[in-house]
Write a protein that binds this ligand. Structure first.
Ligand SMILES: Nc1nc2c(ncn2[C@@H]2O[C@H](COP(=O)(O)OP(=O)(O)OP(=O)(O)O)[C@@H](O)[C@H]2O)c(=O)[nH]1
Length: 309
């Protein structure tokens, strides 16, 4: 079991910039939660940093918080690759003549919040205020039982000072109760809120004790592979959905700005959930970005997507 460490960070000082980390597995609802949180109101001059897995940062475009107060981390985080860029960004932001009042970081769904928390602990001028981990209850059992990502998802949950749960309404009461027990066994201390896409409320300020974990003995990251593919404007929605449904084994998440059936959409695919949200026309070709597990199944999907015409 990892050790709990609640000691104050070395960089903590009264005027340090509080940081909120928004974590959770791919498609768990981080961007949706963040938008609701921003809509509810945050301190003026709050800076939002977004790290998405793809080469186009879909999340950054979907966040209702435009302008200079939104920064994208462009490395397309594959866990450790985030560290360098985040460290550089933090020291830059810390040197701004007018630093932000607060910082919110939306991590990518494959990130380990604890690694990012460790970076913040040693960054000058910043202090980690809380880690909010989003949990999609409807897919949680599958994720935890998946040998490729179970440990990653469990770690994201264990790191949280606050767990924001959604899609519980898709489960039977008995399933939900069982999941709540599993969550509590992973993290007995976190403040828990039940959110829903239509009713996501901002959490209470960090009343919960912030837990941090030390010692990452058995962390192992899956062999992630990302892709970005241009799709033809003649695309049919059903064609894309069927294609993805045939290759769920290797695919973890896909999303993009897509023209299909003569209209423009924000497309979201996260396992069993598919969403087409109409949007205004965008210049350029349709772009689908995805991430999955390197191997035959993902290769076959990528080949099939490239063959679409
Ligand atoms: N039913 C339901 N759907 C949700 C909820 N929150 C998010 N979704 C949907 O789940 C999908 C993924 O949501 P996002 O907020 O983009 O998830 P994310 O964690 O930011 O995804 P990545 O950054 O790509 O890992 C979208 O289709 C959302 O509309 C919720 O509370 N309830």
């Amino acid at each position: 079991m990892p050790e709990l460490d609640n000691s104050p960070t070395p960089s903590e000082s009264p005027d340090s910039i509080p940081v909120t980390l928004v974590a959770g597995y791919l498609g768990a609802g981080k961007t949706t939660w963040l938008n609701a949180h921003l809509r509810d109101g945050v301190a003026p001059d709050t800076l939002v940093l977004v790290n998405d897995f793809g080469t186009i940062n879909v999340d950054a475009e979907l966040i209702d918080y435009a302008g200079e107060r939104l920064l994208q981390l462009s490395s397309g985080c594959l866990c450790c690759s985030l560290s360098d860029e985040l460290g550089t960004q933090l020291s830059r932001i810390g040197r701004w003549p007018e630093p932000p009042a607060a910082l919110i970081i939306e991590t990518s769904g494959v990130a380990r919040p604890q690694r990012i928390a460790d970076m913040i602990r040693v960054a000058r001028r910043f202090r980690l205020e809380r880690i909010v981990t989003l949990v999609d209850l409807a897919s949680l059992a599958r994720r935890l039982n998946d040998s490729r990502v179970g440990e990653l998802v469990a770690g994201q949950i264990a790191s949280a000072g606050q767990l924001s749960l959604n899609r519980g309404d898709e489960l039977k009461v008995i399933e939900r109760d069982d999941l709540m027990r599993r969550l509590r066994s992973l993290n007995a201390m976190a403040h828990v809120e039940h959110a829903d896409s239509g009713d996501v409320r901002s959490p209470k300020p960090a009343t919960s004790r912030l837990l941090t974990l030390r010692s990452a003995t058995d962390e192992h990251d899956p062999d992630w592979q990302r892709f970005a593919i241009e799709l033809p404007a003649s695309l049919n929605r059903q064609t894309l959905e069927s294609l993805l449904a045939e290759h769920t084994e290797g695919l973890a998440r896909a999303k993009g700005f897509i023209q299909a059936d003569g209209r423009y959409y924000v497309f979201q695919w996260s396992g069993r959930h598919v969403e087409w949200t109409p949007t205004s026309p965008r210049p350029g070709a349709s772009q689908l970005v995805g991430i999955g597990f390197a191997g035959e199944s993902l290769d076959a999907l990528i080949a099939a997507l490239k063959a679409l015409d």
